[in-house]
Ligand binder design. Structure first.
Ligand SMILES: *[C@@H]1O[C@H](CO)[C@@H](O)[C@H](O)[C@H]1NC(C)=O
Length: 227
């Protein structure tokens, strides 16, 4: 058996090796260097956040915090209210944790996507009022979540966004929206009552799948507001 490769065999190995190296550097640049440069820029402006890992960003930490929150929640189950409106604490405990540690503006990563989370009311107001086309929606909203979120005002940029905004703006003047609050409350009350009835019917506790209810709720609000 020939143990040493001949030079010809080495040559044959060269292309796959080079391909592998290229692939790795591509992945490294896209998934680490580029986001790291972005994070560096934000860090230099004083934005802090949990330290990300290669490939997975802060997902491992999200899992860990969620697990901790879940076991804490189970321990105090029974002492809490039956209805809690603080869904962030239950569903996304890591956001609460990070905003406590890093303040109202922080940065986290889900691997390829870097997220700047802003909960400072003044800055959110300023962002919401900004009409500049330079301040766009992140492209992953359309590229990866397009099937879910569509091409509506929440995900679009540029001319498409301008057009949609112009079309809906008159419906959303503050005075008009204020007038809709009661309609929304009425729709919400009737949904909550149907849940209450279901809970009572089942003797004090019931598992309610909210999806269909929320769809009906949206349709209810829209039909009350429009007609
Ligand atoms: C940002 O943080 C808030 C709570 O601090 C949370 O409700 C919200 O879902 C977060 N959004 C994103 C995109 O991280």
């Amino acid at each position: 058996m020939e143990l040493l490769f001949s030079s010809q065999q080495w040559l044959a190995l060269l292309p796959p090796i080079i391909l592998c190296i290229l692939l790795f550097s591509y992945v490294y640049i896209i998934l680490w260097l580029r986001p790291e440069r972005l994070r560096q820029k934000l860090r230099s402006q004083g934005v802090r956040g949990p330290k990300p890992y290669f490939l997975f960003g802060n997902i491992p930490e999200m899992r860990r915090i969620q697990q901790l929150a879940k076991s804490a929640h189970e321990q105090e189950a029974g002492s809490t209210d039956m209805f809690s409106s603080n869904y962030v604490a239950t569903l996304f405990p890591y956001f609460l944790h990070w905003s406590r540690v890093y303040g109202s503006i922080y940065l986290y990563s889900t691997g390829s996507i870097q997220v700047l989370n802003v909960t400072d009311p003044n800055m959110v107001k300023e962002l919401a009022n900004c009409k500049s086309l330079d301040l766009g929606k992140p492209c992953y909203l359309q590229k990866e979540r397009g099937a879910l979120l569509g091409m509506g005002i929440l995900t679009s940029n540029g001319d498409l966004w301008v057009h949609q905004r112009k079309v809906i703006a008159p419906e959303l003047f503050m005075e008009r929206v204020k007038g809709m609050v009661n309609l929304m409350m009425e729709a919400a009350m009737s949904m909550l009552n149907s849940w209450k009835n279901e809970v009572e019917d089942r003797g004090g506790s019931a598992e309610i799948v909210v999806d269909e209810f929320l769809r009906t709720f949206s349709a209810d609000v829209i039909s009350r507001a429009c007609f």
